[in-house]
Design a protein around this ligand. Sequence first.
Ligand code: FES
Length: 578
Amino acid sequence: MSTKDDTPKGMRKGLTSYGDAGFSLFLRKAFIKGMGYSDAALDRPIIGIIDTGSDYNACHGNMADLVEAAKRGVMLAGGLPIPFPTISIHESFSHPTSMYLRNLMAIDTEEMIRAQPMDAVVMIGGCDKTVPAQLMGAASANLPAIQLVTGPMRTGSHRGEKVGACTDCRRFWGRYRAGEIDDQEITEVNDQLVPGTGTCGVMGTASTMALVTEALGMMAPGGACAPAVSADRRRIAERSGELAVQMAAAGLTPDKIMTEAAFENALAVLLAVGGSTNAIIHLTAVAGRMGIKIDLDKFDALGRKIPVLVDLKPSGTQYMEDLHAAGGLVTVLRELREHLNLDCLTVTGRTLGEEIDDAPTGFAQNVVSNREAPLFAEGGMAVLRGNLAPRGAIIKQSAANPDLMVHRGRAVVFNSIEDLTRRVDLPELDVTKDDILVLQNAGPKGAPGMPEAGYMPIPRKLAEQGVKDMVRISDARMSGTASGTIILHVTPEAASGGPLALVRDGDEIELNVPDRAITLHVSEDILAERRAELSVPVHPNSDRGYRKLFLETVTEADLGCDFDFLVPVPQATGQADG
Ligand code: FES
């Protein structure tokens, strides 16, 4: 029996439909030869390289260099690199919020990988939503794929102090709001927070996604931490191109790498690095594309075993460039070894365990603690449940105030982001430091797009009294660079009629993080009365286009906020537990 693989490769893949395959190939080659390619070049394995450069996106400002280095790697390994664009998303240039566009980028990525002839793909992303979008697209296209990130930015310096986006952005802005620094200083620091290209240099979503993607096995070993403007970053790009050629030859598709066990590794790393709460939504979405359900209760149980080991802002004090100097992710993986599934395959075709064993030797450093002396005894995040969040809510406990972990207070409710903006700083707002701020209608359908509005500002009159933290609860997300006692992703969201929509000013709410509980102390009878009067928010301009698609098909946080029609059918119709 012949073992010959007759699947079309390279230029012969996915021919445009003209009803005559020979003519389709003839025409395709005629057009690409217009750019000067020879038949010999076109006979090589073709490696697509996704270029997400954009003049709106400083996080991807080194894209041209990385594309060049990845092309070099592909050619050194005998392939033909063909870069192509997809959309690019930057956090600060995406209205209403970048999360609103993540699924659009995932569709773009998946369909362009499918539509164009390539045997493997190098996906270059970096800014928060781009890596999840690319992994989601690659998972669904299931072509050999390797993730390359643009890498973190270096730190800047303000009046002798090291600063970096974006924990310090929030810290300085908080000080400005409280009247501690003046207009001149806030302008000065604005020049220093992003001193060059690359992704945010703290343990925000971009850094977290880079680290969990390496742990997942979808990135060249050692690929997560090298700064955007370093020779290491370019070498990683070259290596990624080389690996893509090998993956094409071996048929190493995402379904062989992104297994349930690999997602467990990613979750262990998410906890140990004190990563962004956004990553749990993104990992849920990527896993969902593979038909894998991330179980929040299992994640919480893992969090009780895995401590935070990495001393990076906002949970700690340092920056990604320091983690790179400390050896990068493998320094963390060594400490986590007993919690990892070491047999998981990576993009190298070798297992995670083999890659850890063969990594450069560890050395004394002060960024990654050992297991016996962790930064925080439990994992960075905890999952809360209760009558206020029947399908779960998240708190980043490592970046919260220990004194507020058990707290009961009076609700001060804002029914939308606009309401919050309008009233939070009013001198007459009835609020004290012991109250609990509640924001409704900021979830996937509510805002829409589940913006990072969960980091509600401390009301100005309290900020001016020196109040730095309060319990804040919402169905929104929070930037990974932010900190505070902030409960996020309350599910079901208010706009879907979740209990969060039923909270009124003056209600008593109780938070108990050690017990993983969040309770609204209002009787069922009163809640039923309020439920009967509830109306769903109506968004303007939602009767057509992407906004209509988004509002009609986006799932809730516990399902990754993917569109229901993009996940395999069994999950698309399923609801989360609880
Ligand atoms: Fe792009 Fe922070 S804004 S990574």
